[in-house]
Design a protein around this ligand. Structure first.
Ligand SMILES: Nc1ncnc2c1ncn2[C@@H]1O[C@H](COP(=O)(O)OP(=O)(O)OP(=O)(O)O)[C@@H](O)[C@H]1O
Ligand SMILES: O=P(O)(O)OC[C@H]1O[C@H](OP(=O)(O)OP(=O)(O)O)[C@H](O)[C@@H]1O
Ligand SMILES: [Mg+2]
Length: 285
């Protein structure tokens, strides 16, 4: 039976979380992660550990069938591969940043300026779109240091917390790309490999949905149940069970992580008590 070949970053920002995702999908990797190749003992998957920059090329050529890497790298390399799923980790953005003491009134600032970046393709496309003529200086890393040493006027690089910018006396002025880890695939997978990919995606989606949601239980006086149900979005509709104490009900539902605090606030205002919030391990929609 054929195996699906998955390329992961060998070591770096994506490695640990990529392996954790596989683990949460119930996929065991038998011979450790130190080697450059590993196989799963309970899923038809073979794993190749590579530099993340090499993944698009290997997936395009079919050396690997699928891969996990940052959307930023996928967009920069423009290979003939398909981006099939956002994975919800390694969130960052590709932004333009300038020395913090400089005034900034808009994208025209960059006209005739020199910008250091490891993402020249994305940046030159962006400037072309905005009709800006600028000089792009490609460098491999430590981009934030470039203005400070007189190599460039500005930078275009990855920002997450902004602390690297701060340390180097820079400020973010334009967000160009919002990025996160994605799953990419070769364009011509065989039918049996597509079947395996479908099974893998089913598991990934269950893990992802669960991590984006919480299970909520609360008690409420019966006369407020109607109002509370309207606040809870839920998967279908909430479960309502009578409490031993008459006139009270227990309500169970699922809420989205990003609506969480707002929903809790409203529930309390409608008389909800004993609110419990639980992690969900897997969620099959
Ligand atoms: N500060 C950050 N916060 C969140 N995600 C980040 C951050 N920095 C980078 N990333 C994401 O993680 C990916 C890998 O980053 P990393 O720094 O490990 O890459 P690398 O140095 O190119 O590694 P490699 O040695 O494999 O080529 C980036 O392409 C980006 O998508
Ligand atoms: O906004 P921040 O949270 O400070 O993150 C941004 C920094 O993170 C990445 O570098 P990383 O720390 O991975 O080191 P690297 O330059 O060796 O890749 C990126 O290249 C930025 O320099
Ligand atoms: Mg790299």
């Amino acid at each position: 039976m054929s195996k699906l070949k998955l390329a992961l970053q060998k070591s770096g920002r994506l490695s640990e979380k990529s392996l954790k995702l596989l683990e949460e999908c119930g996929i065991k990797i038998s011979n450790g992660t130190r080697k450059l190749k590993a196989v799963s003992s309970n899923f038809p998957l073979e794993i190749l550990f590579l530099r993340d920059d090499d993944i698009p090329q290997y997936v395009e050529q079919g050396v690997a069938d699928i891969g996990i890497l940052g959307l930023n790298e996928v967009l920069e390399q423009q290979k003939q591969i398909e981006t099939i799923q956002k994975l919800g980790f390694a969130q960052c953005r590709l932004s333009l940043a300038i020395p913090k003491e400089e005034g900034y009134s808009g994208i025209q600032y960059f006209e005739n300026k020199k910008i250091a970046t490891s993402y020249p393709e994305i940046l030159s496309n962006y400037f072309q779109e905005k009709n800006i003529n600028a000089q792009i200086e490609k460098i491999g890393g430590s981009v934030e240091i470039a203005p400070g040493i007189g190599l460039s006027d500005a930078i275009f690089d990855i920002i997450s917390t902004g602390s690297t910018l701060l340390t180097n006396g820079l400020k973010e002025v334009e967000i160009v790309v919002e990025s996160e880890a994605v799953l990419v695939s070769n364009n011509d997978l065989s039918d049996d490999k597509q079947e395996i990919l479908k099974k893998l995606l089913f598991r990934i989606n269950a893990v992802k949905a669960a991590s984006e949601s919480k299970y909520i239980l609360l008690n409420a006086p019966n006369e407020n149940v109607e109002k509370i149900i309207n606040i809870l979005p839920g998967m279908k509709s909430p479960t309502i069970l009578p409490l031993a104490e008459s006139g009270w009900s227990s309500i169970h539902s699922v809420i989205k992580e990003d609506q969480f605090w707002e929903v809790i606030e409203k529930l309390k205002n409608e008389g909800a008590q004993g609110i419990l919030v639980l992690e969900i391990e897997k969620m099959i929609l």
